[in-house]
Design a protein around this ligand. Structure first.
Ligand SMILES: [Mn+2]
Length: 358
């Protein structure tokens, strides 16, 4: 209820009579609905959950306080259904999420609603509320992180020269689900040997060789919430250059985490971690931002790059994930999911960052 009340306050502040939500994660946050392809209208006068026959029963169970309105044959079409809801709730100025409503969908709404309802583009009204996690959300992320940690530790036992990156991906997915996750948190990245220079490598048929570095970026989904963790480790042995570069990234990651304190600007941790990598001469090999928020989505606010203007707050859950990527050689990335507390950062993904050699 508190979330809905806070949203109502934001709507009023934006001088709107109501808001139409179409983004699944925002709908879930506000209504509790775990499905997809549905629409929510929130206003002072009422709250409607608009969906078709696939989801009406589920919505009635999951969304107390919402009037469930069915559309699609034999019921009226979507535009007409939403229009009627707005008329009943006295909505003349209706906000919509401009970053997710396609132009085609906007045209259909505009033409279907006519002159009586003004469509007003909005940005981040619900995301702004999701930015600071409450204790129930933090517990879900914590649980997701625990499951993923445990799965990774078990996965290591089965990695040996000769198996492929895809074998690793499949085994990790199996372990994450077996240990109680709803699903994996996002498509797993497995990058071995020279492929390690690809920050977002899709697992391939490449076979693991002795002396490889392997980077695995993985997470679990638990009750709608995600964890995100990356480790780079060696198979059989690690040479001097591998250890040297690993330790630079490890140091940068540590500095990034230590910088993650309430009331600092989100660009600060990026700057501090990046300076370690730059001073070591690898600035050009670290092309992405330091990290991002994690929650109902795998990538959400705050996006911690050099351009971030968000202020870090207790209750933010973010990743810290510097990397060094060298074409032809490979790469290293180390990532944790970190909770910001009043007392400083708390690391939720707890796998060791001492170089693992299996
Ligand atoms: Mn990440």
């Amino acid at each position: 209820m508190k979330r809905q009340d806070t949203l109502l306050a934001s709507i009023e502040k934006a001088n709107l009579d109501g808001i139409l939500l179409v983004k699944d994660s925002n709908i879930r946050y506000i209504s509790g609905f775990t499905g997809s392809e549905s629409y929510v209208v929130v206003s002072k006068r009422g709250k409607a959950f608009i969906t078709d026959s696939r989801y009406t029963e589920q919505a009635e169970q999951e969304c107390p306080g919402f009037e469930v309105v069915r559309w699609r044959s034999p019921f009226p079409e979507l535009e007409e259904t939403i229009k009627k809801v707005c008329e009943r709730f006295g909505i003349k100025r209706l906000g919509f999420e401009k970053d997710v409503v396609t132009y085609e969908r906007y045209e259909k709404f505009r033409d279907g609603f006519g002159d009586d309802i003004e469509l007003v583009p909005t940005s981040g009204l619900v995301e702004e509320l999701r930015y600071v996690k409450d204790s129930s959300e933090i517990e879900c992320i914590r649980k997701a992180a625990q499951i993923a940690d445990s799965a990774f530790e078990e996965l290591l036992k089965s990695i040996k020269p000769g198996i492929t990156e895809k074998d690793i991906e499949i085994e990790l997915q199996y372990l994450i689900k077996k240990k109680g996750a709803t699903d994996i948190g996002f498509p797993t990245i497995v990058a071995s040997g020279a492929r390690g220079s690809l920050p977002h490598a899709v697992p391939s048929d490449r076979r693991i060789e002795c002396g490889d570095f392997i980077t695995i970026d993985f997470g679990a989904l638990y009750n709608g919430y995600r964890s995100d963790c990356t480790r780079t480790f060696a198979v059989g042995r690690a040479d001097e250059r591998q250890r040297y570069i690993y330790n630079i990234v490890k140091r940068a990651q540590q500095i990034g985490i230590e910088s993650l304190r309430p009331r600092v600007c989100g660009k600060e941790p990026d700057k501090n971690a990046r300076s370690i990598i730059e001073e070591a001469g690898f600035g050009e090999n670290f092309g992405h931002g330091l990290g991002h928020g994690v929650g109902l989505e795998i990538h959400e606010q705050p996006f911690m790059s050099s351009k971030c203007d968000k202020i870090i707050q207790p209750g933010n859950v973010v990743t810290v994930e510097p990397g060094i990527y060298i074409p032809g050689w490979g790469g290293v990335r180390i990532e944790d999911t970190v909770l910001v507390t009043e007392n400083g950062p708390e690391i939720l993904t707890k796998i060791t960052k001492d170089l693992i050699v299996i």
